[in-house]
Design a protein around this ligand. Structure first.
Ligand code: NAD
Ligand code: IPM
Ligand code: MG
Length: 353
């Protein structure tokens, strides 16, 4: 297969983890005879510095013309610490999602046997936990009308029926392909937007008689995820709740550096870690590259290249089993491996497989 991939390394640890993601992608492509053509583009803080725009038109065009986008992370403390800054790196990520129509963000939460004890939860609670959060990605408070002055500010949690229907459809269909259990997470006891979500979900239920649906308030869901993560199979929720719940989900897996995602919808899909640019770790070679590498696996799988994805997952499992791990999931008194070394080990494993 010929693939054109737009590469957006972004800020902070972004370029370091992206290098490893690309090395793995190229190793897999070589092995299976795929031709991958990469074009790198600016996004986030580095794009603001060079162009004044966190998602320049050139970047948009490169993404639009590509078959897939590999995105790392954006964000910089100079903006995080200045709430008055009007132009912000994260706007680049949001603009990319909106302009490409990427309304469905697929965030799998999985566990790795050898990392069970790295979770702050008891190993028997997390052992076997495996669910997918389908996060709505182009609506809600992130994109509703906003206002801010010195005395007041608001964000509007705006959703329309078509926006809700299309993401719920993805949730129902995902549940069908898994264990047929869908949890709709909302705050329908308080929010009008959530009540519309719940109303539409109930209307759609009869179309999927084989799927068991339950409705859970987001505060309860955040507790249940920790108390009984194996309860969940597929969860579908709005933009803000999905953002928060999936960071919480990393505690089930054992590290933020383990969660990949796929943002899909109307145009070029984007494959991106759930985590951010972790600016404190920039240049230290300590960031876990696995979220980025597993995002590459999701990219191959998206194009129907199942074996390629499986090989990456096998290589990742093998690296963890061999204790080739970044510091945050390192075994006690184990050898230290950096971002680069973990990536190189995985590339080597793929070449030798
Ligand atoms: N998708 C994105 O680009 C994205 C996502 C979240 C946050 N951000 C931005 O990133 C910046 C930092 O935000 P934050 O500190 O809230 O979130 P963050 O995800 O960057 O980091 C939070 C914590 O997660 C852990 N972590 C993150 N990535 C890791 C990795 N690869 N390996 C190991 N551990 C990892 C670290 O302990 C870190 O302190 C902010 O500017 C924020 O806006 C960007
Ligand atoms: C950086 C930020 C805009 C982004 C979001 O909130 O969607 C991030 O937290 C994520 O989870 O991808
Ligand atoms: Mg987030």
């Amino acid at each position: 297969m010929d693939l054109r991939v737009a590469v957006l390394p972004g800020d902070g640890i972004g370029p370091e983890i992206m290098s490893q993601g690309l090395a793995v992608m190229n190793a897999v492509a070589d092995k299976y005879g795929h031709k991958v053509e990469c074009r790198e583009a600016l996004c986030g803080s580095s794009a603001i510095e060079k162009t004044g725009n966190p998602f320049p038109d050139d970047t948009y065009n490169i993404c639009k013309e590509a078959d897939a986008v590999l995105f790392a992370a954006v964000g910089d403390p100079k903006f995080d610490n200045d709430p008055t800054a009007k132009v912000r790196p994260e706007q680049g990520l949001l603009a990319m999602r909106k302009k490409l129509g990427l309304f469905a963000n697929i965030r799998p939460i999985q566990t790795f046997k050898c990392l069970l004890h790295k979770s702050p939860l008891r190993p028997e609670l997390v052992d076997g936990a495996d669910f997918v959060c389908i996060r709505e990605l182009t609506g809600g408070m992130y994109f509703g009308e906003k206002y801010q002055d010195n005395d007041k500010a608001y964000d509007t949690n705006y959703y329309t029926r078509p926006e809700i229907e299309r993401i719920l459809k993805i949730g129902f269909e995902y549940a069908r392909r898994r264990n047929r259990h869908l949890t709709v997470v909302d705050k329908a006891n308080v929010l009008a937007s959530s009540r519309l979500w719940r109303q539409i979900a109930k209307e759609m239920e009869p179309l999927y008689p084989d799927v068991t649906v339950d409705y859970m308030f987001v505060d309860n869901a955040s507790m249940r995820m920790i108390a009984e993560p194996k309860f969940f199979d597929v969860m579908v929720t709005e933009n803000t709740f999905g953002d928060i719940l999936t960071d919480e989900g990393s505690c089930i897996s054992g590290s933020m550096g383990l969660l990949p995602s796929a943002s899909t919808g109307e145009s070029t899909p984007v494959f991106e870690p759930v985590h951010g640019s972790w600016p404190q770790a920039k240049g230290q070679n300590i960031a876990n590259p696995l979220a980025q590498i597993l995002s590459v696996a999701m990219m191959f799988e998206y194009f129907g290249l199942k074996e390629e994805g499986t090989l990456i997952r096998k290589a990742v499992d093998a690296s963890l089993d061999a204790n080739v791990r970044t510091p945050e999931i390192q075994v006690e008194n184990g050898m230290e491996y950096g971002t680069r070394e973990v990536g190189e080990w995985i590339v080597d494993y793929i070449r030798k497989s």
